[in-house]
Every structure is written in structure tokens, then in C-alpha cells.
Design a protein around this ligand. Structure first.
Ligand SMILES: [Fe+2]
Length: 211
């Protein structure tokens, strides 16, 4: 049974906090020494599609995993919360586990080591952004790879009111359950992986912690 603890004026469901892996012992963002380091030339010819087609924001994407291994981007490149509401579906990040051809070609080693749910390449053009939000759900946790175009001057990620120091061709785990937003000043490409919340994946991840 879940225990209730009192933190300041807020009631916190203690069991939920404990179940939300990584939060207890690891920072909200942390560098990972993962050897797979693709570059922009490997993604330049992809058939990039609009991310969340209902929103005219300068964001494109391409699926690295999907429901059936296909690359239509539907619904992988949508807001799952909005898509589920419109279509009466109940997709979660863990629903998208089939590696696509691009996933195999660009991140084959990583995707065969880590069992992942919805994982996408995201291209943000100047002025493109993701507004403040939280990515809730306990079935997965997030790891990102930042291509060489991403640096502190081209891209800003604010995580729980702090700017994350992001370096080109780096891997980072980020707790996206806390509030965050991103903004691009120059064209940038990143890959966002939803790693399934399993003991095996967690053990694998710890091998790559930079510190
Ligand atoms: Fe997010």
C-alpha cells in the first residue's frame, strides 16, 4: 500500500516517488559516456515530418521506434496526450517498441542494448520550441543524444528553472517529469529516447554514467 508523507504543505505519495526510478539517487540531468555518436550527415536525407501537425511550430521529427516498425510518424510524432484525446486511444511511451530502419541504421547499437519505447529524432528550426510541460508516466525514463549542432548558443533547455549545460555530440539523461521547456536559436537536431523502466535497462545505464 502506498504511504503518504508530508513535505511542507504538500502531501506526497511516497510509494510513487520511490517507484519513479532514478529520481532518488541521480540528479535531474547527468552526462552519459555512450559510445554511439552519430553525426548530422547521417540524418540529413531523412523524410522529416512536422512534429504535432496541429501546432505551427518550427519542429520536425523522424521516428526511431514506432508501433509497427513503420515510419509514417503517426502517432509517434504527435503529442500522445492530444492524440489519445482526439482518437479515443490509450497509447503510452512504452507502446512504441519496434525499431525503424532509421533507428537501426543510426542508433542500432544503442537500441539493441536498451529496450526503448517511443524514440524520435527531433529537428528544431530557429524560433522553434517546446513550451513548459512535464512528460509524466512511470513506464519509461528519458535519455537524449545531442548532435553537433546543439550547443549553449544554438539551443536552450530549461529544466526546473535551471539551464542545462548541453554540449555537441553528448548523451544526457534528463528527468523530464519535472517541468521543462526548450528553445532553438539555430537549427538543431537531437534524439529523444524513452527507455523502458526496467531493472536491466537501469543497470545498463549505470555503466555509462560519466561520474
Ligand atoms: Fe519534454
Amino acid at each position: 500500500m502506498a504511504q503518504i508523507a508530508i513535505c511542507g504543505n504538500f502531501k506526497v505519495n511516497k510509494r510513487k516517488v520511490e517507484d519513479n526510478m532514478l529520481n532518488e539517487t541521480i540528479e535531474n540531468w547527468y552526462l552519459l559516456n555512450i559510445p554511439t555518436k552519430p553525426n548530422l550527415s547521417q540524418v540529413k536525407d531523412l523524410n522529416w515530418m512536422q512534429y504535432n501537425p496541429r501546432k505551427p511550430i518550427a519542429r520536425k521529427g523522424f521516428p526511431l521506434t514506432s508501433l509497427d516498425g513503420g515510419t509514417s510518424g503517426i502517432p509517434e510524432l504527435d503529442s500522445l496526450r492530444e492524440y489519445n484525446k482526439i482518437h479515443g486511444t490509450n497509447y503510452k511511451e512504452s507502446s512504441f517498441q519496434k525499431t525503424t530502419s532509421a533507428g537501426r541504421e543510426i542508433f542500432g547499437d544503442f537500441l539493441s542494448e536498451f529496450k526503448c519505447g517511443r524514440s524520435n529524432l527531433i529537428k528544431i528550426e530557429p524560433g522553434g520550441f517546446f513550451p513548459w510541460h512535464r512528460d509524466l508516466g512511470e513506464d519509461t525514463f528519458r535519455v537524449c543524444y545531442f548532435f553537433e549542432s546543439v550547443n549553449p548558443f544554438s539551443f536552450v533547455w530549461i529544466e526546473n528553472d535551471q539551464v542545462i549545460p548541453i554540449h555537441p555530440t553528448s548523451w544526457m539523461g534528463v528527468n523530464t517529469k519535472t517541468k521543462h521547456c526548450v528553445f532553438a536559436f539555430e537549427p538543431v537536431v537531437l534524439a529523444v529516447f524513452n527507455i523502458l523502466n526496467t531493472e536491466e535497462n537501469k543497470k545498463n545505464l549505470y555503466k555509462y554514467l560519466a561520474v
